[in-house]
Design a protein around this ligand. Structure first.
Ligand code: IPD
Ligand code: CA
Ligand code: CA
Length: 269
């Protein structure tokens, strides 16, 4: 295993202890509202602090982009590297005791993700990938599905729930895909949705308005598992735009085409 991935896994396991312990006592969680429908708990913060401590200890010069504490630039050679961290993806699920949430940690080098882990702490499912080295679920190699047609495809998505600027376009896409696919699911943790594309549980996925820490880890899992991920134009700016289409290559192409007809001036990429 690449040394940086080893450290990522160590950090994810440390954070999982905090999350799993807290999951046994969710009635006593301290929940703060950041914005409407945007919650943070002391668990998100404690998990993030534990992750950063381990990453910093191993690579003190690397930059950091973390959901709860923001951005810190690296120094020297480390300024080319950035950890991208979502300490608890699926906080709304977590607060409700709905068992679908994960830790996502990625390492980017000059903006390209090279190492990643997405860890479903409740199920003990650890998804990892290194650029050029394949994607794994608990040591077992994973591949995207072989589904060929949208009509046979199970598709993941995330509903708009905080920002409603593109709700009409979203619902038009939803309507079309509800008719054209075998089913649509909204589990509620984007990093795991992407991991599920990587291991073939989902044939495809789309969501608008995500943040880099929701996407970075899962994006590498997908490309290392033989899938494709892109923005709404099929290009690589998804970490910047937050808009994501993903799938095995055949379903990716069909999703891209289905969504293309609903793009508005505010939803170009
Ligand atoms: C959220 C989850 C959700 C997605 C949201 C994200 P958080 O992350 O990934 O599936 O629909 O857009 O913000 O806030 O629970 O870390
Ligand atoms: Ca998230
Ligand atoms: Ca989060």
């Amino acid at each position: 295993m690449h040394p940086a991935l080893n450290i990522i896994v160590k950090a994810a396991r440390r954070a999982s202890q905090i999350i799993n312990r807290a999951s046994l006592d969710i009635e006593h969680l301290q929940v703060t509202t950041k914005r409407q429908s945007d919650f943070v708990t002391e668990v998100d913060k404690a998990a993030e602090a534990a992750i950063i401590e381990i990453l910093r200890d191993a690579y003190p010069e690397y930059g950091i982009l973390a959901e709860e504490s923001g951005e810190a630039v690296g120094n020297g050679d480390g300024s080319e590297y950035q950890w991208i961290i979502d300490p608890l993806d699926g906080t709304t699920n977590f607060i409700h005791g709905f068992p679908q949430y994960a830790i996502s940690i990625a390492l980017a080098h000059r903006g390209q993700v090279t190492q990643a882990a997405v860890y479903d702490t409740g199920r003990n499912e650890l998804f990892t990938a290194s650029k050029g080295g394949g994607a794994f679920l608990n040591e077992r190699r994973i591949r995207v599905s072989k589904c060929l047609k949208l009509e046979d495809a199970l598709i993941g998505t995330g509903f708009p729930y905080r920002v409603y600027d593109h709700i009409d376009a979203y619902l038009a896409i939803f309507k079309e895909l509800a008719r054209k696919t075998a089913g649509i699911r909204r589990p509620g943790a984007a990093s795991l949705d992407l991991a599920y594309v990587a291991c073939g549980r989902f044939d495809g996925f789309w969501e608008f308005g995500l943040s880099p820490w929701d996407i970075a880890g899962g994006a590498l899992l997908i490309s290392e598992a033989g899938g494709l991920i892109g923005d709404l134009a099929g290009n690589e700016t998804y970490l910047q735009t937050g808009n994501v289409i993903a799938g095995n290559p055949r379903i990716f192409a069909q999703l891209l085409q289905a969504i293309d007809g609903h793009r508005t001036p505010g939803l170009r990429a």
